[in-house]
Design a protein around this ligand. Structure first.
Ligand SMILES: [Zn+2]
Length: 524
């Protein structure tokens, strides 16, 4: 074809220097000079972490092809013309394919199941290059872009047809999460051991003819680090998903002693063993970072940083592939804002809340004349149920509410504050008739509370169904008067009086004005 050659050289003072050659279409030559300008520096960066470029006595370069893709042929990467854009926009692709010269070409995966050993490594090459070029501070954001929490595992089993294997469904797991596996191994074993592992992986694979599978890579990691990584590989490589956490800090009256409760989402399939970095900012300055090791569904950690605690940050440097840390203002400890708006009757305020974590044994309700405080306990020292509701006459002035959780396991401690809700004007009956957004409102817990407004008297039917549509329980079937804030309960039992198993259930609510379904999750 009608190629023009862009000749370059990589010389780091070690013989032989590496010949670099890019063959491009004449019309793309100017742009290509920019696109490939950093290749020598990329090679220097990757040699630092992966050892010598494997084909030093041959060469490295690219051959332009039409289209969008790139392919890591050893010593001469085919490179789609649409990637030659004349700016730094294709750097990640260039360094990805360069990384493949070590991982994919010199060492290649045994079978398609293990394709992450090629693609996860090449993707992590991009991050190591970014770190080399722009500094460690760019690493957290670079890894953020590769996060994947979905249902495909990094290890591919079964292997689909090859068109599917490189489709979007698998891509995020093999490439993105595959790079995360390396990132988290690096964190688990430490900097020195991590790069020694890569060197050893290369040597041991070459002794097998340049072939590696996932179990061989695990054995290499374990031999070099001395760690047992069976659970690590099971949860991150062979199984799918990632952990999400509900976090509830409990503070002593002095504000200096802190317990932090972490609970993984109990509806997930996998209980993850993780190290969580916790950055603590103290009032008056001074940050401390602790690492908390957690290998159960939920755990509570004593943190004593010395001095009043100003704020907490979780995994600040992004070393953990987590699906989020939900704080007390999220679903962990919250007054349902919609309940306040729609469930309160004339002249009445109704607050409702539910706390799912078994560690919490109750809540205290606080009120204040403004959302800034000052906060005072509504019922003195009285501890209210962790799942409950509270009604009071609506005062003339605005009033604000929040909750703090307590635990029998931590006497003298209260959690940080929940969200703050403001008393609001009640909706009119006419609005309520059409308001299906929160009417009825189902409170989780034991028993389940079913709160609802009836704008007119009439028949009401409430039935519980399981996920297959089978009737589990008839909770109510009869006439009720028009009223705000009806409350009925379901004790979590079926028609025969037995406690139902964990899972998703549906509360079917029918009245003359409403015909709707609410989902409830019964936890294990
Ligand atoms: Zn690749």
């Amino acid at each position: 074809s009608n190629y023009e050659l862009i000749a370059d050289v990589y010389d780091n003072g070690v013989d032989p220097e590496v010949t670099i050659a890019h063959w491009v279409f004449p019309e793309d030559r100017v742009a290509a000079e920019t696109t490939f300008a950093l290749v020598p520096e990329m090679m220097a960066g990757l040699e630092e972490v992966f050892g010598p470029y494997p084909y030093r006595d041959e060469r490295f370069g690219h051959a332009e092809v039409s289209g969008v893709g790139a392919m890591e042929h050893n010593t001469c990467v085919s490179f789609g013309g649409s990637l030659i854009v004349g700016n730094r926009g294709s750097d990640a692709v260039v360094v990805h394919e360069l990384g493949h010269q070590w991982w994919g070409d010199l060492v290649t995966c045994e079978d398609w199941n293990d394709i992450w050993l090629n693609e996860g490594f090449a993707t992590y090459s991009e991050k190591l290059w970014a770190e080399h070029r722009y500094g460690a501070r760019v690493l957290p954001a670079a890894m953020k872009g590769e996060e994947y929490h979905g249902s495909q595992s990094v290890y591919v089993q079964p292997v689909p047809d090859l068109d599917s294997l490189f489709s979007a469904k698998y891509y995020r797991a093999i490439y993105g999460k595959g790079s995360w596996v390396l990132h988290m191994i690096r964190r688990a074993v430490g900097e020195d051991d991590f790069f020694d592992i890569l060197e050893r992986h290369k040597t041991e694979s070459l002794a097998r003819g340049g072939i590696a599978n996932t179990e061989q890579f695990r054995a290499t990691c374990e031999a070099e680090s001395g760690l047992d990584l069976e659970r690590f590989f099971r949860q991150w490589v062979y199984l799918s998903g990632s952990p999400s956490f509900r976090v509830l800090p409990f503070v002593s009256a002095s504000g200096e002693s802190l317990w932090v409760r972490f609970a993984q989402d109990p509806t997930e399939d996998t209980c993850f063993a993780v190290d969580i970095d916790l950055a603590i900012a103290r009032e008056g300055g001074g940050d401390t970072t602790l690492t908390l090791s957690m290998d159960t569904w939920a755990d509570t950690f004593l943190v004593a940083p010395g001095g009043r605690i100003d704020s907490l940050r979780f995994d600040p440097d992004n070393w953990l592939l987590d699906d989020g840390f939900a704080g007390p203002v999220d679903e962990v400890l919250a007054i349902d804002q919609d309940t306040v708006l729609t469930m309160g009757g004339d002249g009445q305020i109704l607050l409702a809340w539910e706390v799912l974590d078994s560690f919490v044994t109750g809540v205290r309700l606080y009120s204040a004349p403004s959302d800034e405080g000052p906060w005072s306990r509504v019922q003195g020292d009285l501890v209210l149920p962790k799942t409950g509701s509270f009604a009071m006459e609506r005062p003339n002035a605005p009033i604000y509410f929040s909750l703090r959780a307590v635990s029998d396991s931590l006497p003298g401690f209260e959690s940080v504050r929940s969200n703050v809700v403001e008393s609001a004007l009640p909706k009119t009956t006419e609005t309520l008739r059409d308001s299906t957004a929160t009417n009825p409102y189902v409170l989780g817990g034991d028993p389940y509370g079913i709160l609802f407004n009836l704008s007119e008297a009439g028949p009401v039917s409430i039935r519980i169904y399981d996920i297959t549509g089978r009737l589990v329980r008839e909770v109510f079937d009869g006439d009720l008067p028009a009223r705000f804030s009806h409350r009925l309960e379901w004790d979590g039992r079926n028609g025969e009086g037995r406690t139902v198993g964990p899972g998703v259930y549906f509360v079917r609510f029918e009245s003359s004005a409403l015909n709707t379904t609410r989902k409830v999750v019964v936890l294990r």
